[in-house]
Structure formats: structure tokens, C-alpha cells
Design a protein around this ligand. Structure first.
Ligand SMILES: [Mn+2]
Length: 291
């Protein structure tokens, strides 16, 4: 049921109400790269795992005509348990709102962790559109179905990472990873993701990933799309799926572990950006001890 009266979602109030005494981030003239479209997902703002400083830094360096947020941007599940909302998380929201104000079209696709926003689906405020799914047309005319991906949890056997490792174990792993990386940082090494390492080596996880990818691609093909963009499983990927008439599968990854984004240039070509690996030296210089 959609609300009859147009209401701003709670997180908007949260973003504007929180830390309002602090100064707005300064915005010097933009000097980074400009794309036609950017996709990011699984930021999990409001959870300790979120690499908010990395997100802010990425958004500062990359501009776009359309910014598509592919779900799990705000982690409502974590916030229900306890309130965790540092300034860095507000800065991310603020950066996105500023972009929208300056003309970037922002598509916010809801995920399972921000499913509290699903009842507002279809609402538009300014340049920000809140939707459950969205069809993006690339510069070269391809139709891409953009959806978070939790809709396939029921289809894919042994769904979600939580089912693999258990919620507690997964959180503990992220925690250990954080401490380990602080140590690495102090010793002058780059960021390294323990859980990403494990996931790539656990056979069941690998099976889960390919099952998920195939289920999503199959549905996208059924819908007559040329490709699909999703998130949810925290595993960035670009690949062609399906026999004779394959469709393009894109997963923008996450900002809890891998720090990845998808970017479409003005010819319609889409690439995966590994932000931490790409620009770690700059990050270390400007964002100490954030991992
Ligand atoms: Mn999700």
C-alpha cells in the first residue's frame, strides 16, 4: 500500500536532522571522472562494516548523469538493533543529496536491508526516485533491468551469506577483518578482505554465487531485457550468461568489503571499478585508519 499523502521517508529526516550543527562538506570544482551512469549497492550505512569514508571519497572523484543506488544503502536491520550513525555516514547521504540538487538523477532501488522504504516505492522527491526496480537504457540502446536481488533468495538454494556463515560468525569475521586491516595499515600494507578471501575459496559459496547469477539472468531474459544489474550477494561481477543468446550480468558488489562500483561511459560501455585497489595510496593519505 502506498501512502496517499506524500511523506518524506524517515531517513531523510535522519540525514537532515543529524549533526546539523556540523559544517557542510566543502565542494571545490569537480576534477574527477565523469560517467553517464554509476551504480553502487550494499553500502549498509548504519552498520559498523560500512566503509563510508571510501564511499564519500569515491563519490567525490566520480560524477555522473544518473546515479543508481542498487539497494541495501541504509541498513535498517542493524539500526533496529542499536543506533550506530557516525558523521561519515551522514556525509555519504549529504553527498548524494547534493548531487541530486545539482542535477544528477538519483534512482534509489530498495533492498532487503532497507525494505522499510519499500512502502514508499514510486515516491519522487526532487531528483530522487525511490523504486523497487528500474529499467535503464544504455547509451548504445541496451535495456538493463536494475534490481537489488534479494527477490531471488527463495529461488536460490542456501540463500544469503547469513545462511552460509551464520549472522554472528559473519559479523565476527568482519570485526576481525577490521582489526587486522588496522594493523596492516599501521605496518604500511594495503587493504585486504578476509571474508572476500574466504568466500572465493569456499566451494559452497562459489556454487551459491553461480546459482544466484544464473537465476537473475534467466529472469531478466524472460523479461526481454538485454542485461541485469544487481547487488545483494556482495560479489562484483561482469559476465555474459546463457547459451546462444547470452545476456549481460552485472553485479556492483558492495562497500562493506570489496568497495566496487559499475560505471557506464558515454558510449554505453560498462566497467567495474575496484576503488580500494585502484586508489589505495590516495586513500591512505587522505583517510587514515578507516578500515
Ligand atoms: Mn541485500
Amino acid at each position: 500500500m502506498k501512502p496517499n499523502n506524500l511523506q518524506l521517508p524517515d531517513w531523510m529526516e535522519l540525514a537532515e536532522g543529524l549533526h546539523c550543527a556540523s559544517p557542510a562538506p566543502s565542494d571545490p570544482p569537480f576534477e574527477g571522472k565523469r560517467y553517464r551512469t554509476l551504480w553502487i549497492s550494499d553500502l549498509h550505512l548504519g552498520s559498523k562494516g560500512c566503509k563510508a569514508d571510501f564511499v564519500s571519497h569515491f563519490l567525490k572523484q566520480h560524477d555522473c548523469e544518473t546515479l543508481i543506488l542498487v539497494g541495501d544503502i541504509i541498513d535498517g536491520w542493524r539500526m533496529r538493533k542499536r543506533t550506530y550513525w557516525p558523521q561519515a555516514h551522514t556525509n555519504v547521504i549529504r553527498r548524494i543529496l547534493t548531487r541530486a540538487k545539482r542535477g544528477t538523477k538519483v534512482i534509489y532501488i530498495t533492498g532487503n536491508h532497507d525494505d522499510m522504504l519499500r512502502r514508499y516505492s514510486g515516491v519522487q522527491f526532487g531528483n530522487i526516485h525511490l523504486l523497487d526496480e528500474y529499467v535503464h537504457t544504455t547509451a548504445d540502446g541496451r535495456k538493463l533491468w536494475c534490481i537489488h536481488g534479494d527477490q531471488f533468495d527463495g529461488v536460490v538454494q542456501c540463500h544469503r551469506w547469513m545462511a552460509l556463515f551464520g549472522d554472528f560468525l559473519y559479523e565476527t569475521m568482519l570485526h576481525v577483518n577490521r582489526w587486522y586491516n588496522q594493523l596492516r595499515h599501521r605496518l604500511g600494507f594495503g587493504y585486504w578482505s578476509l571474508s572476500a578471501y574466504l568466500k572465493n575459496r569456499v566451494k559452497r559459496a562459489v556454487n551459491f554465487i553461480s546459482d544466484f547469477e544464473e537465476a537473475v539472468a534467466k529472469e531478466a531474459k524472460h523479461k526481454g531485457m538485454d542485461g541485469v544489474v544487481c547487488g545483494h550477494i556482495h560479489h562484483a561481477e561482469i559476465r555474459e550468461i546463457g547459451g546462444e543468446q547470452p545476456i549481460s550480468y552485472y553485479n556492483c558488489g558492495d562497500w562493506v568489503e570489496s568497495c566496487t562500483a559499475l560505471a557506464e561511459d558515454f558510449d554505453g560501455k560498462i566497467q567495474l571499478i575496484h576503488w580500494v585497489k585502484l586508489d589505495h595510496a590516495t586513500l591512505q593519505a587522505s583517510q587514515p585508519a578507516t578500515v
